[in-house]
Design a protein around this ligand. Sequence first.
Ligand SMILES: [Zn+2]
Ligand SMILES: [Zn+2]
Length: 305
Amino acid sequence: MKQVEIVTTAILLSWVVVVIMLERRFPYRKGLPFFREGFWTDLVLYTLVQSFFLKIIIFDYIILPLDQHFSFSKLNFVTGWPVWVQVLFFLITHDFYIYWFHRWQHHSPVLWRTHEAHHSGKQVDWLAGSRSHAVEILINQTIEFAPIILLGADPVVVPIKALIDAVWGIWIHSNVDVKSGRLQYFFNGPEMHLWHHADHQEVYHANFSTKFAFWDWMFGTAYLPGHKPDKWGLYYAFPKDYFMQHVFSVKRFDDRELQRRYPFYRRYQLFLPVLGRRLRTLAKRRGPGSTPVVTTDTNPSRVSA
Ligand SMILES: [Zn+2]
Ligand SMILES: [Zn+2]
């Protein structure tokens, strides 16, 4: 592992610990369990496995051949700039892009299929942002990292940018009750993004910003009332399994009916939740400090506007 990767990994892990502690101390929603529904799917399949394979596809099979074919990086468009200017430049330009693409995903029925998984969790916490459809990541990270490499940026810009993405992504989804006052007009945080994950019709098309909140305030999509939402996730039933979530984005099916019809699928579905429940029980047995489990009923009968 390169030295820069060791440093960025250490910073990221430290940030995870800090945010988890903040979630325990200042919870936005009280009673949210640490091992909440979908925890293992998000950690193992989305964060570790999917990221590992998509990184290879994006960098080795898309960006590298593009660079070899067009040799854009040899033109050194941004090479002479200080590293911090390069980072700031790509941070702002990509954030502007992601605001509009995210907004488009919420308006287009086809693109929504690549984004609904991200909204499917009913218990939003530091890890919830990792749940993103493979196609969504493929598009967004290619558009994010290809210009950095093709415009001849310093190689260190890629891990720095990836670290900022991860740190900010963890922060905006964290279950931390923060009041950032006027900073909220500039920097995006849990105050606005937890509303974006709420199952309230008034925010189905609001709070699209990722890092800089000013896009929402500038383009009229900011939503920040004085109270908190009372329900999160999708208004319709959504599969809990990683692979079935991707199948569902192409072909709709009734997950409960599948479980009724195929016992092996029911057993497969039960494996991770059972493991999660066991760990929750163990945590509870440890005594005070443990938290009650929040119910996660889905309500497929409700239809949005
Ligand atoms: Zn969204
Ligand atoms: Zn989100």
